[in-house]
Design a protein around this ligand. Structure first.
Ligand code: PMP
Length: 500
């Protein structure tokens, strides 16, 4: 295996200028029993007001489903003690005592959690492309992007984004003065040929440098799209050709629910789907990630526990080449420092007690739940939206194969009053439908909120084109099946009226 490529030319001026926090360099002496450590403002753990944290969680293999009530689950009980010397030797790998968890230090995450994520990466992504990869534990993907923008981009630099991108990504870039170049998408996500065309014609004198492509390759937000493996390889090859970094922001990676089968009779019962019963089949069924095909160290992968364990665990991790992670870590040291010690201690204890296999069981359970919800949601859309709207192309639903979002695409030109009432302005119609469905008591969000601004057109003195297709993003994650059905029925009623 080889070492990752030196990509330090892609760092921001700020990252290049930032020196390691000198105090942080002394922390390694803190655990040296022969060192009388008077150097840092570390409060004595005797003054931490907790003696122990006690936890209870379901026990793998979660035979009754991951959503089963406490009474229907086998349980695991655990204690996280205050002092490291209260931990049995065989529990040291799993337990971060509170004196350590709540103390400064371990900006990259405590070894008990970091090593779990590294091991998990090996199982899922193999990562045989280059030697010097690493993992830092973080507070989730929102922060991962914010800090990566700071470390890679100067004001005025470009990033490449999906045509419809996660709104916080766009907001974070805009606030930092980083410009976006949207890459066109079809039903399979961004189109490699279009990316190639845009970059082949990139005028660096006018537009400056582009630093990275950020994409949600699996179950994208908002469109719920997933890139096929071939496209992933093509896009990766373009990253090597045009020298940019790929950021795969993958909070939905494990929600790979497979193809939607319209006819219920033809669906394989979920208890007979091998990849929902068997860990090896589950791992094999997962689409290849960008990090798994990376041979040059030009992928940064963002993982998060938000969608699989709980958003405010605020735990995620970044995987990538050591040198790039070093710069991110230096920034973390002077900003977030580290994820909350309570969170790290509880999550590390839970995951290590479950073991890697137990965590896979959990992820399989999540996948099963979302498969049920996705199928129900798409069935329900077809039940409630009048068939004539699909037949005339007024409405399109592209069933997602991953994630928790679906979109209802609307062809504004099919609206009978598009010209007369809405001045042929798709955005006006979109806001009208949005307001109307809210009055009906259901909320799906307009696609316009996710539309990436094309600064290349602005920079070249042109005017952005207004899209004619509009869409609404919904999720099947947030409510139970009954409410989901009622919500979609209300939405469909509005569409029926509007397009009659
Ligand atoms: N990226 C995407 C694409 C998301 O959809 C979300 C959550 N909505 C996030 C990042 C935020 O993740 P986290 O909770 O880990 O900050």
């Amino acid at each position: 295996m080889t070492l990752a490529k030196d990509l330090s030319h892609l760092l921001s001026d700020e990252a290049k200028a930032r020196k390691p926090s000198p105090l942080k360099t002394t922390i390694k002496y803190f655990s040296d029993p022969n060192m009388i450590f008077l150097g840092g403002g570390l409060p004595l753990s005797d003054y931490f007001p907790w003696f122990k944290v006690t936890g209870e969680s379901p026990k793998p293999p979660f035979a009754n489903g991951i959503g089963a009530s406490r009474e229907d689950q086998e349980l695991i009980n655990f204690d996280i003690p205050r002092n490291i010397n209260e931990i049995a030797a065989d529990e040291e790998f799993s337990t971060i005592s509170l004196d350590k968890a709540l103390q400064y230090g371990y900006s990259q995450g405590h070894p008990q959690i970091n090593s779990f994520f590294k091991e998990h990466n090996k199982i899922i992504h193999k990562m045989t492309g280059y030697e010097d990869s690493d993992v830092i534990t973080t507070i989730g993907n929102t922060w991962n992007l914010e800090s990566t923008l700071r470390c890679l981009c100067n004001k005025g630099d470009y990033i490449l984004v999906e045509e419809f991108a996660f709104s916080s990504t766009l907001a974070a870039a805009e606030a930092q003065g980083v410009k976006t170049c949207p890459i066109p998408m079809d039903a399979d996500g961004i189109i490699p040929e279009k990316l190639d065309e845009i970059l082949a014609n990139w005028d660096e004198k006018v537009l400056g440098k582009f630093k990275f492509l950020i994409l949600v390759a699996t179950g994208s937000n908002p469109k719920g799209l997933s890139l096929p493996e071939l496209r992933r390889q093509q896009i990766y090859d373009l990253a090597c050709k045009y020298d940019f970094i790929i950021i795969e922001d993958e909070p939905y990676y494990f929600l790979q629910v497979g193809e939607y089968v319209p006819n219920k009779e033809e669906r394989i019962p979920l208890d007979q789907v091998e990849s929902l019963q068997n860990q090896e089949a589950f791992v094999d069924s997962l689409v290849k990630s960008f990090i798994s095909i990376d041979t040059e160290g030009r992928v940064l992968r963002f993982d998060s526990l938000s969608k699989v364990m709980g958003p405010n665990t605020r735990i995620g991790w970044i995987t990538g080449q050591k040198n790039l992670l070093y710069h991110l870590l230096k920034y973390h040291e002077v900003s977030i420092q580290a994820p909350s010690g309570f969170s790290q201690a509880i999550v590390a204890k839970t995951l290590n007690t479950w073991g890697q296999g137990g965590y896979l069981d959990w992820l399989m359970g999540i996948r099963k739940e979302y498969t049920i919800k996705r199928d129900f949601c798409i069935d329900s859309l077809h039940k409630h939206i009048p068939k004539r709207l699909f037949d005339t192309g007024a409405v399109t639903v592209n069933p997602p194969i991953a994630g928790m979002f679906f979109t209802i695409d609307i062809n504004s030109e099919k609206h009978p009053l598009f010209k007369s009432k809405f001045d042929s302005d798709a955005k006006k119609l979109e806001m009208h439908i949005f307001d109307t469905v809210i009055k009906e008591g259901v909320l799906l969000v307009p696609g316009a909120w996710f539309e990436a601004k094309d600064y290349t057109i602005v920079d070249k003195g042109g005017k952005e084109e207004v899209k004619k297709t509009i869409f609404f993003r919904g999720t099947y994650a947030a409510v139970g099946l009954e409410k989901l059905d009622t919500g979609l029925e209300r939405f469909a009623k509005v569409l029926d009226k509007e397009f009659s």
